[in-house]
Design a protein around this ligand. Structure first.
Ligand SMILES: Cc1ncc(C[n+]2csc(CCOP(=O)(O)OP(=O)(O)O)c2C)c(N)n1
Ligand SMILES: [Mg+2]
Length: 325
């Protein structure tokens, strides 16, 4: 394994963890409104898959997408400011936590509706296939989306038209408080791909190296024009579904078992053991990530709120009070 890559994975996951902790604190202090869905525990999925992607690829993500945006290269400042609803945010403060967007980085959102990302991804994939491009679409969704009609409709069309879409299921085993065995007759999600003759694999989503390897192979398949691919990443979220949920429906034992497999701590231990990263370097990376997050909070707090709530709503500038363009 290349040392630079491991260092990158470690930094990405560390920044992700600290960023989300800071977001939780800012939410409690009242600086972030609305829903806030955090990602601790799941970092290896976003980092492993997005580091396997090319800059030309498109990314369509859910409402649990802060880390996807960060790994894709959206600055911590722009993500935090968006959470605060400020003009310095990547959606200029109009989107908030669930609607991050960055067209330059081909980061196409941030969607709040369960199962919404799949049809959007196949629309983008259809365009790419028509143009004969080698770019791919990375489409994220949770285990809770796989019984929506859109999952089946999208997998069918993507397979039928051999669209370059990598479907990534972030299977954290819960749809809010409902465990997967209570909502899915077939809990091995990757096996559903066979209904559409689609290639698929299940990977340990707590192991960033495993996720990266699986995502590289899957993207290669997609780019070769062999059709879409379903990658199921088994993972776990350490916090509740959102800041409004304590997660009390899970036993302390279950949480502790999964915390023992913490993707960030596991990588750190392995990297030191294998000599991939020196202990002193880890400290320096921790310091750097901490500073990036603190600076993001300062940036967000200083950025003003948008002064026109109707911006982007109408194609033509409209004088709302007189009713005419
Ligand atoms: C169509 C639709 N139904 C219900 C909801 C309410 N809802 C928001 S998140 C969620 C659970 C989704 O779980 P999952 O897909 O596993 O994603 P996770 O939150 O675990 O990342 C539900 C039911 C919604 N947003 N959209
Ligand atoms: Mg889930």
């Amino acid at each position: 394994m290349q040392r630079d890559l491991v260092r990158q994975f470690f930094y990405d996951m560390l920044l992700a963890r600290l960023f989300e902790q800071a977001a939780a604190e800012q939410y409690v202090q009242g600086n972030i409104a609305g829903f806030l869905h955090l990602y601790p525990g799941e970092e290896a999925v976003a980092v492993g898959t997005l580091r396997a992607a090319d800059p030309g690829d498109y990314v369509v993500s859910t409402y649990r997408e802060h880390v996807h945006a960060l790994v894709r290269g959206v600055s911590a400042d722009a993500v935090m400011a968006e959470l605060f609803g400020r003009v310095g945010g990547c959606s200029r403060g109009y989107g908030g936590s669930m609607h991050l967007f960055d067209v330059q980085r081909r980061f196409l959102g941030g969607y709040a509706i369960v199962g919404e990302t799949l049809p959007i991804a196949i629309g983008v994939g259809y365009r790419l296939a028509m143009n004969g491009a080698r770019d791919a679409v990375l489409c994220y969704f949770g285990d809770g989306a796989v019984n929506q009609g859109t999952f089946h409709e999208s997998l069918n069309m993507a397979a039928l038209w051999k669209l370059p879409v990598l479907f990534i299921c972030e299977n954290n085993h819960y749809q809010i408080g409902t465990e997967i065995h209570r909502h899915s007759a077939m809990a091995e999600i990757y096996r559903r791909a066979c209904a559409y003759g689609m290639a698929a694999k299940r990977v340990d989503g707590m192991d960033v190296l495993a996720v990266y390897g699986a995502a590289r192979a899957a993207l290669e398949h997609v780019r070769e024009g062999l059709g879409p691919y379903l990658l199921e990443c088994e993972t776990y979220r350490y916090r509740g579904h959102s800041m409004a949920d304590s997660g009390a429906y899970r036993s302390a034992l279950e949480v502790a078992e999964l915390q023992a497999r913490d993707p960030l701590l596991t990588l750190r231990a392995r990297a030191v053991e294998e000599g991939w990263i020196a202990a002193a370097e880890i400290e320096a990376l921790e310091e750097k990530a901490q500073q990036a997050v603190e600076s993001a909070v300062r940036f967000a707090a200083q950025s003003p709120p948008p002064d026109d709530m109707y911006h982007g709503v109408y194609a033509q500038p409209v004088d709302l009070y007189r009713g005419q363009p």
